[in-house]
Design a protein around this ligand. Structure first.
Ligand code: 3HC
Ligand code: NAI
Length: 712
């Protein structure tokens, strides 16, 4: 028999209603039904003078069951029956909060008459991150409890607030240390003894002092400037405004209507996809759950340049000692100086205390020799991107590191298998591809070599979560998942310049889709020289399937010393950090086009730019899948959202491709192959794309048996 999701126990005069729906007590249909049943039973029990609502396991209800939103059984249908029952409940109901009371979970607490929270509890309404708004009365009850301004801020930001702050705001009535259930029962007894009437948020007026003049107008203006594709914020503002201007039941109806609009929007579907995809990435197909992870308590970093210092910070942030090896004392001093500056900036913003700064700096120790790494459990090399050098470093690490230590490379393009062989202990080796700035960017590509031990892989995936990263496993190939796909995007962006588009036109088209920066602003920021060198190195290794115009503009700009922002000119010219159109680029591109016999056009439309930049990228994603470089289409989406700022409300390139329809993409690839010629295979479709498009299927329909390969 299935374990009940809701358990009722009557202890003297208090009914204890316990929700037990692991892992996070989501308010799924079974829980809602169980709650209605338990509350009706308690209402009919003459012994009961109050109810305490609490949860088993690690947290109070963390929200509605998000999976139900995609199952065609929207959770809000019968949620209102439950919430109506609670609101009008004849006996006081006390919610006891621990862990994270989020979304529908906090709304469940808000409809209860009183709230007691553990000191470690956190509360919040994070629906906005899913393209939703609180749809179980949260937008109406919270402003009545804590005022319109504070409620608006909380709901728009989706932030979690700690119990003490929740108390100060008026979200909870008491914060307790010690046993929460005991404290909630004591609270309930106090309510009974003092004959305190139920405090129904629905019956409270919104405090007029909490609605400064222009509150909603200003919020709308701020939002308009953000140009977000998320449908929720504008509707959240409307709901909170309704809480101020409409009676409760009418406000609730407004909330339900606007919640429905959000729920059925493609953007919310995309954001929900992101939620689950970011969790699924840690599930490695074929890996036994019984693997014992290797213990990591001391880390080494070799090479403290742009990446090494940031990588080290990740570990110091969680209290792990780090040894950083460099070639010179000057390089070490420089790197530790930058790390200190980063921490000082966090102190200035109030995100870190001066004591924490000192503690973190004390965990970082510089060294000039490899034997210092002997005690480390994990060593990450981040020396120059040079295969011969990296092989040497890995060989040294293979000798110096203790048996069982993991050796990782932060290479962004080189062959991890070759490095693994060089180490002499390939089972201990894998890639940990951090993104720049390494202490900020959430993405970590974990590159699984042909011989990487499964325990090594699972250790690093877990460790990545500990340092706050989203780990995505990639097989070995040039550029792994992200940079490999980015190559096609950059190639086509530059090709468009040769054909007559301007840099600002291409950037504007890409930015209109929601990326914060188009390709040329991005290249100018990253350094045209850095990017061009990668193309040159790749060319030398014979890996380029490319024609003579491949990345020709970047190569030319490098030759001219136009390295981007740092030299004051690149694809743009710069006044400070402001990019300005530069007629010189037009001339450079016209000359290159003439040399290569490219006819320039002046009719390149935004749609063409978007299709030509992104469809080859999606096509490459299909190749990444069919080769088994990525486990799932969702993994690719997670890479692009977290590593390349692809708009989350489009769900990542593969989810977006499914929305556009793979047959549409395939047809446009054929169109461009015919229009532009396909001498170098740029427009050849991946077999997987072709097959799915012909069958009218999307990437999301791929089954486990159709996926997997090189990574498995
Ligand atoms: N619905 C369904 N599944 C959920 C869920 C939810 N609300 N919240 C978490 N899960 C699942 C996760 O998918 C994961 O499943 P898996 O183990 O199969 O991968 C499992 O629970 C554990 O989740 P995490 O890995 O995220 O665990 P953490 O301990 O790191 O974090 C958490 C816990 C802070 C609760 C985090 O899961 C979270 O933020 N959850 C979502 C909270 C949220 O967005 N709530 C609002 C939902 S929408 C809503 O309530 C609408 C209402 O207004 C009508
Ligand atoms: P960098 O040039 O800023 O730093 C490299 C550092 O390695 C230098 O400080 C150098 O002194 C040191 N070094 C060289 N040989 C050494 C040795 N034998 N022992 C110890 N230290 C040595 O390079 P950056 O940008 O930090 O890149 C490092 C690695 O990270 C490369 O593999 C690169 O591809 C990768 N990467 C870089 C990203 C970026 O945006 N810069 C992003 C992701 C990965």
């Amino acid at each position: 028999m299935n374990k009940p999701l809701v358990i009722l126990e009557v202890r003297e005069d208090v009914a204890l209603v316990c929700i037990d729906n692991p892992p996070v007590n989501a308010l799924s249909r079974g829980v809602r039904e169980g709650l209605v049943k338990a509350l009706r039973q308690a209402a009919a029990d003459s012994r009961v003078s109050a109810v305490v609502l609490y949860c088993a396991g690690r947290t109070f209800v963390a929200g509605a069951d998000i999976a139900e939103f995609d199952s065609g059984q929207p959770s809000t249908e019968d949620i209102h029956e439950l919430f109506g029952l609670l609101d009008g409940y004849a006996r006081p109901v006390v919610a006891a909060l621990h862990g994270t009371a989020l979304g529908g979970g906090l709304e469940l607490a808000l409809v209860s008459h009183f709230r007691v929270a553990s000191r470690s509890a956190k509360v919040g309404l994070p629906e906005v991150h899913l393209g939703l708004l609180p749809g179980a009365g949260g937008t109406q009850r919270l402003p009545r409890l804590i005022g319109a301004k504070a409620a608006l801020e909380l709901i728009l930001s989706g932030k979690q607030v700690a119990a003490d702050q929740a108390l100060a705001l008026g979200i909870v009535d008491e914060v307790v240390d010690g046993d929460l259930l005991d404290a909630a029962i004591v609270f309930a007894h106090r309510v009974i003894e003092e004959h305190r009437p139920q405090r129904r948020a629905s019956a409270l007026p919104v405090n007029p002092a909490s609605v400064p003049a222009g509150l909603f107008e200003q919020a709308r203006q701020t939002l308009a400037q953000q140009r977000s594709g998320n449908p929720a914020p504008v509707r959240i503002i409307a709901c909170v405004e309704a809480a101020v201007t409409q009676p409760f039941t009418q406000g609730l109806a407004t909330e339900q209507r606007l919640f429905g609009e959000c729920l059925h929007s493609p953007a919310s579907a995309a954001l929900r996809h992101r939620f689950f995809a970011e969790r699924e990435v840690s599930k490695i197909p074929g890996l036994s759950g019984n693997l014992t992870p290797r213990s990591i308590s001391r880390v080494g970093v070799v090479g403290a340049g742009t990446m090494g210092g940031g990588i080290a910070m990740n570990f110091a942030n969680i209290g792990m000692p780090v040894v950083i090896v460099e070639t010179t004392q000057a390089a070490l001093d420089r790197s530790l100086g930058i790390v200190r500056k980063n921490y000082e900036a966090a102190v200035a913003k109030g995100r870190l205390s001066p004591a924490q700064l000192d503690q973190r700096m004390s965990l970082l120790r510089g060294a000039l020799d490899y034997p210092e790494l002997a005690e480390c459990d994990l060593v990450i090399e981040a020396v120059f991107e040079d295969l011969a050098l990296k092989k040497q470093v890995c060989a040294r690490l293979g000798q110096v590191c203790r048996p069982g230590a993991i050796i990782a490379s932060n290479t962004s393009s080189l062959d991890v298998d070759a490095l693994a062989q060089a180490s002499g202990r390939p089972a201990d080796v894998l890639g940990m591809h951090f993104f720049s700035p390494a202490h900020v960017m959430r993405l970590l590509e974990v590159v699984r070599g042909a011989h990487t031990g499964t325990d090594v892989l699972s250790t690093v995936v877990k460790l990545a979560r500990t340092i706050g990263k989203v780990p995505v496993v990639s097989g070995v190939c040039y550029g792994f998942i992200g940079n490999r796909m980015a190559e096609c995007y950059l190639r086509e962006a530059e090709q468009l310049l040769l054909e007559g588009a301007t840099a600002q036109q291409v950037d504007a088209a890409v930015e209109s889709l929601g990326l914060p920066m188009g390709p040329f602003r991005m290249l100018d920021l990253a350094g045209v020289d850095v990017v061009a060198k990668v193309v040159i190195e790749r060319g030398k290794s014979g890996q380029l399937l490319a024609g003579p115009t491949y990345r020709a503009v970047a190569l030319k700009l490098m030759e001219l010393g136009r390295y981007g922002q740092k030299t004051g000119s690149g694809f743009y010219r710069y006044e400070g950090r402001t990019p300005l159109p530069d007629p010189a680029i037009e001339q450079i591109c016209a000359a290159l086009a003439a040399r290569h016999g490219i006819i320039r056009r002046h009719d390149i439309a935004e749609q063409e730019i978007i299709e030509r930049c992104f469809y080859p990228l999606i096509n490459e994603g299909a190749k990444v899948l069919e080769e088994g470089i990525a486990y799932r289409p969702g993994d690719i989406d997670v890479v692009w959202i977290n590593g390349y700022s692809f708009p989350d409300y489009l769900g990542g390139p593969m989810f977006w491709a499914d929305q556009l329809g793979l047959s549409t993409i395939a047809a446009r690839m054929d169109h461009y192959a015919a229009q532009l010629g396909n001498e170098h295979g740029y427009w050849s479709q991946a077999a997987l794309l072709k097959r799915l498009a012909a069958a009218g299927r999307g990437f999301a329909s791929l089954t486990e048996s159709e996926l997997g390969g090189a990574t498995g």
